[in-house]
Design a protein around this ligand. Structure first.
Ligand code: FAD
Length: 388
């Protein structure tokens, strides 16, 4: 019987556990999670700040009584001995044959000028959301630092709670990785029409506990301040065990770390090209890849094309592929649908659509997605019905 230990039961850890149990029927899997209760769907967190509806579980309760699986909620792995192949929790030692790190990331707190040491919130767990909800309820104003997808979802959720929200983004546009300048401007105007304010392309200082000032301007009120600026992989445990780390736990495309029989997957790891995970589906795929290799197979993690899909104020926001023209013949072109106010921007390599940004009604989204990868000849009219 092989003994597998998985540290962390987010999407990477639960998918790794499921894959080990599918592939090795004799396995004993110990799945440790620092958080209490059942593992849940983390992407919901930014959408429930207003009503605190509990996020849905990743797997049904019955999964955790699968023969061979030993789930340890609210149990933190404190240290690891990779020579003797064992891990330590408070008061207990567990031996392993294969170890998979799936311990995720913390919210990145960038260097923000905050001379008064104002309280800054961030969202990573359901308890973070509960704390933010209590602090924001019955307040008037909020500042969200970071104009990425999670910052914008946070801004919407706080708007629903009745606050006036300003998004502070030091880069020249919101959704910097998923849009180009033109599309970002369109989405910004849409969000402004729903009551959100923006300070984009400027530095700022948190001047006092409830005050934030864009560079050269007077401080504005901000009853709560939330930072949404990316992830900081949890590497301490691995680094202390002598496993190579950089920003994340370093892995090859088989999700192997620098130490034999030790793997890492999801937000805690960094692939050889320096890329962090930071997204739900790839984290699950990496967990499955790590499990496959831990059980003796030989599989590589193959990343899929970049994709963003979210809903803001009832509209679907989509970004697929690369939001810029590709190569010498690459083009960028915008289409609008007057009847619904929907927006479609297509990027090509001259022959086919290599990137796409869409803001529109949910029932138009499927038609928009279908354009991706298709031939889009310049000058032949809009590739989606109703757009021009
Ligand atoms: C608010 C929010 C919204 C998001 N929205 C989206 C979205 O819309 N789309 C998308 O693709 N991605 C989204 N993401 C990103 C996505 O949720 C993550 O990429 C994904 O959850 C990573 O999964 P993971 O299993 O690697 O890590 P995590 O989900 O972070 O899980 C790691 C688990 O390990 C546990 N752990 C850590 N250390 C230990 C230890 N020493 N011992 C035991 N347990 C430990 C932690 O408690 C945690 O439960 C969002 C993330 C957040 C925070």
């Amino acid at each position: 019987m092989n003994r597998y230990i998985i540290i962390g039961a987010g999407i990477a850890g639960t998918e790794a556990a499921a894959a080990v149990l599918e592939r090795d029927v004799e396995a004993r899997v110990d799945l440790f999670n620092a958080e209490p209760d059942l593992p849940y769907y983390r992407p919901q967190l930014t959408k429930i700040i207003d009503d605190l509806s509990p996020p849905r579980p990743i797997k049904p309760k019955s999964f955790f009584s699968t023969p061979g699986l030993h789930f340890h909620p609210e149990t933190t792995v404190k240290s690891i001995d990779t020579l003797e192949k064992r891990i330590f929790t408070a008061g207990k030692i567990y031996p392993y044959d294969k170890l998979i790190f799936c311990c995720g990331a913390d919210a990145l707190l960038p260097a923000i000028q905050n001379p008064g040491n104002a309280r800054l919130f961030s969202i990573r767990t359901f308890s973070d959301v509960q704390r933010l909800h209590v602090a924001a309820k019955s307040r008037k104003t909020a500042a969200v630092i970071g104009g990425g997808p999670l910052g914008l979802e946070t801004a919407e959720s706080l708007t629903r709670l009745g606050l006036h929200v300003t998004v502070y983004e030091t880069f020249t546009r919101i959704l910097g990785r998923q849009t180009d300048g033109e599309a970002a401007l369109f989405i910004t105007e849409f969000l402004k029409s729903n009551g959100i304010s923006f300070s984009v392309g400027a530095q700022f200082t948190v001047t006092a506990p409830h005050r934030i000032a864009p560079y050269g301007e007077l401080p504005r009120p901000a009853d709560v301040i939330i930072v949404s600026a990316g992830i900081k992989p949890r590497i301490r445990l691995a680094a202390e065990a002598g496993i190579k780390t950089n920003r994340g736990i370093l892995v090859n495309d088989r999700m192997q770390t620098s130490v034999p029989d030790v793997y890492a997957a999801g937000d805690c790891c960094e692939r050889e090209n320096g890329v962090l995970c930071g997204m739900w589906s790839p984290a699950g795929d990496q967990g499955r890849t790590a499990a496959a290799n831990a059980t003796g197979a030989s599989e590589s993690f193959v990343p899929k094309a970049g994709k963003l899909m979210m809903t803001l104020f009832g509209k679907t926001v989509l970004s697929l592929g690369r939001p810029e023209p590709q190569g010498e013949n690459g083009t960028a072109r915008t289409y609008l649908k007057k009847s619904s106010g929907s927006y479609l921007r297509l990027f090509t390599d001259g022959a086919k659509c290599t990137g796409l940004i869409f803001l529109g009604t949910p029932n138009e989204a499927a038609a928009a997605v279908s354009v991706f990868g298709r031939a889009v000849a310049p000058g032949t009219g809009a590739p989606v019905e109703g757009f021009q």
